[in-house]
Design a protein around this ligand. Sequence first.
Ligand code: GCO
Ligand code: MG
Length: 402
Amino acid sequence: MATITQAKVIVTSPGRNFVTLRITTSDGVSGLGDATLNGRELAVASYLRDHVVPLLIGRDPARIEDMWHYLYKGAYWRRGPVTMTAIAAVDTALWDIKGKVAGMPVYDLLGGRARDGVLVYGHASGSSTAELLDDIARFRDLGYRAIRAQAAVPGAPGTYGVRHDAVYEPAAAALPEEQTWSTEAYLAAAPAYLTAVRENFGFDFHLLHDVHHRLTPTEAGHLGRRLEDLRLFWMEDPTPAELQESYRQIRQATTTPIAVGEVFNTIWDCQQLITERLIDYIRASVVHAGGITHLRRIFNLAELYHVRTGSHGATDLSPVSLSAALHLDSTVPNFGIQEYMEHDPLTQQVFRASYAFREGALYPSSAPGLGVEIDEEAASRFPYDRKYLPVGRRTDGSVHDW
Ligand code: GCO
Ligand code: MG
């Protein structure tokens, strides 16, 4: 039996911060797992280094399911983003190892592909409607068949989702940037610019929009109703989802499809949302929801309730995460869409990924395992650079959901 002989936590900042776990076995096979939690990276690095790595040495890398329960139940303290991201890193690395040992891509270990290409959506944005329309045209030219649209809200500087450089990156400041939010200004602006997108480009592509947890259920229901004729693919995170039952009110108010889950860690965060069919898409990710093993469980539950998948895939999820998502997305019958933002060129110098973009879809490679390698020498040239996500404040100065 091969055993785990080494587990190394690699912290690097090629364009942005990433935490990666590399597990190596006595047979000399190594696998990678993403452990990046945007703005709280070192908490996961410590959780792994100080508390998880000592548990891994000498264990059987083949027993992925057992390892998951050992780390989840064995900690006694359950759930939470730090714990679940750390477990995800171990789980993902073990799937990568299993694939390399078997000589198979991970999608074959998961039952084989149900589709060749994984439909992805790109992020168009602009500081005005005109700029947004130009950006939509650019994504259409690149071959995207699904596009998320966000534009600046007049009177709310730093509106969520508006790109300033080539890559959208909200975790940008040495201390959290404080951004002003006005629900009234947003509710006036968003329907107008989304309507302009349909008027200019028609309906032959999927249009998505992210509200980023900013509305109340009443406001969200009203917005969804106003957007119905635009036939959005989804309205994302209309309201924070700790109170799962609040989605019933949004649901009753509108037929605009709803997507939630990028901040979820476990199946229990979305159990009611799924089983009561309060959402259409579940957006949990490999890295923040306990790895391939646990995300597959969430996706399988969702399948029973006609909820489709739409995993989070912003640039703070590393190429290791993205590749793991593509392997899982390829296999599940209830796949919906995958978020995709191309990583910074510096990130691509450190992580060598083998997936490919063609005509609006990503294709995982058939390389054994996940098909991503990390260049540790390159990684060491980019030391950790503490960054925070912004904090939202209402116009009266009180803190709002960012
Ligand atoms: C998305 C997300 C991201 C998050 C970011 C936080 O839909 O892609 O909302 O942009 O804000 O991942 O770390
Ligand atoms: Mg989002």
